[in-house]
Design a protein around this ligand. Structure first.
Ligand SMILES: Cc1ncc(C[n+]2csc(CCOP(=O)(O)OP(=O)(O)O)c2C)c(N)n1
Ligand SMILES: [Mg+2]
Length: 371
């Protein structure tokens, strides 16, 4: 499996930008510099990745409505800049963990489009090895699909602990939502991470809603970047992929230089409902969604920046859009052509090899499976 290690790109970073002055707000730390520079290659990769991600989610939406994807399905349309900007600041040694809104992160961490769509379809070619799960998406440096809200945060602190214990100069980015931020275990993880100065970056993706509940109805303090108390934090414009990259590079440097954890709040927005069963329009207005799409869209935003800086032409961008569509559509066909897993696969990969029990209990007390 290939891993996209944007951060290791050796091409000269010769395209310079100044980020918007309101890109960051800091709590007990300095703001990152607003001056950023990238190679043309990285800028194009960022654009392409966001376009692929959006198409992948659009195709998933269609497959769900065609009843080919069953169960739960949580799309990240609108939130693409978070996964893409973050990857640009990381290397393969860094780890990322999140919950169920994980398709984009899986792609950025090296998962192929076919393996992600096949996972959602419950097919053999699925990324977690054809188990037929619909939310579990793991690559060697990405752990996604956790279904208990907030439970991935202490796991992330644990991975950061391992990195420190093993003397690695790497960080773990543990993502959670505005809704999940109120879980007690999040604060337990903050405490241990600060106590032991772990290289943990706690990233709150504030998309303004936890299911149908607006942030101000669930959180006594909606300034999520300040909620680490003794952990410094940054609020970041999560709709600007360049601001996300800059903040994540800052966080990686902060945590791996021994200063302990850092909290990032990514201000973002999901265009669709919480999951496929939620139309997403009963607890917010259509005007609000339209306003975000028209004024804050991460893909349109980067497109404008690239055109104004003469990095690419309109035609080059159109060619990227077209190629991304074709790539995702082709992957969807491959995923659909993959067979369903064998029944026996339900009883495999439950335990780490060599640590399991010889027999696994099935749905009924008297049902046992050998593996
Ligand atoms: C412990 C627990 N409580 C409740 C749920 C049901 N639930 C699933 S997602 C969700 C909302 C989470 O919102 P947020 O953390 O903002 O993430 P988002 O979906 O916006 O990305 C809830 C309450 C759950 N999965 N786990
Ligand atoms: Mg949310």
């Amino acid at each position: 499996m290939s891993v996209r290690t944007f951060a290791s790109s050796s091409v000269a970073r010769d395209v310079n930008f100044t980020l918007h002055k309101e890109s960051f707000s800091a709590y007990n730390c300095d703001e990152p510099s607003l001056n950023v520079s990238y190679s043309k290659d990285d800028l194009i990769k960022m654009y392409k990745s966001m376009v692929v991600m959006r198409r992948m989610e659009m195709v998933s939406d269609g497959l769900y409505k065609a009843k080919l994807i069953r169960g739960f399905c949580h799309l990240c349309t609108g939130q693409e800049a978070v996964a893409v900007g973050m990857e640009l600041a990381l290397t393969a040694e860094d780890k990322v963990i999140t919950a169920y809104r994980c398709h984009g992160f899986t792609y950025m961490r090296g998962g192929s489009i076919t393996s992600i769509l096949a996972e959602l379809l419950g097919r053999k070619a699925g990324i977690s090895g054809g188990k037929g799960g619909s939310m579990h998406m793991f690559t060697p440096n990405f752990f996604g699909g956790n279904g208990i809200v907030g439970a991935q945060v202490p796991l992330g602190a644990g991975i950061a602990f391992a990195q420190k214990y093993l003397g690695q100069k790497a960080a773990t980015f543990a993502l959670y939502g505005d809704g999940a931020s109120n879980q007690g275990q999040v604060f337990e993880a903050y405490n241990m991470a600060k106590l032991w100065d772990l290289p943990a970056v706690f990233v709150c993706e504030n998309n303004r809603y936890g299911m149908g509940t607006p942030a101000n109805r669930s959180s006594a303090n909606t300034q999520y970047f300040k909620r680490g108390d003794y952990i410094p934090g940054l609020r970041v414009n999560g709709m600007d992929v360049l601001a996300v990259q800059q903040a994540c590079a800052y966080a990686k440097e902060w945590t791996t230089s021994g200063k302990g954890p850092l909290l990032l709040e990514m201000e973002t927005y999901r265009y669709g409902g919480h999951s496929m069963s939620d139309p997403g329009t009963t607890y917010r207005t259509r005007e609000e969604i339209q306003h975000m799409r028209s004024n804050n869209d991460p893909i349109t935003g980067l497109k404008q920046v690239l055109l104004e800086a003469n990095v690419v032409t309109e035609d080059e961008l159109k060619a990227i859009d077209k190629a991304a569509r074709a790539e995702v559509d082709q992957a969807a066909e491959e995923a659909k052509a993959s067979p369903e897993p064998d029944m026996g696969d339900f009883w495999t990969q439950v335990y780490q090899k060599g640590t399991g029990v010889p027999q696994l209990r099935g749905r009924e007390p008297e049902e046992f499976h050998n593996y």
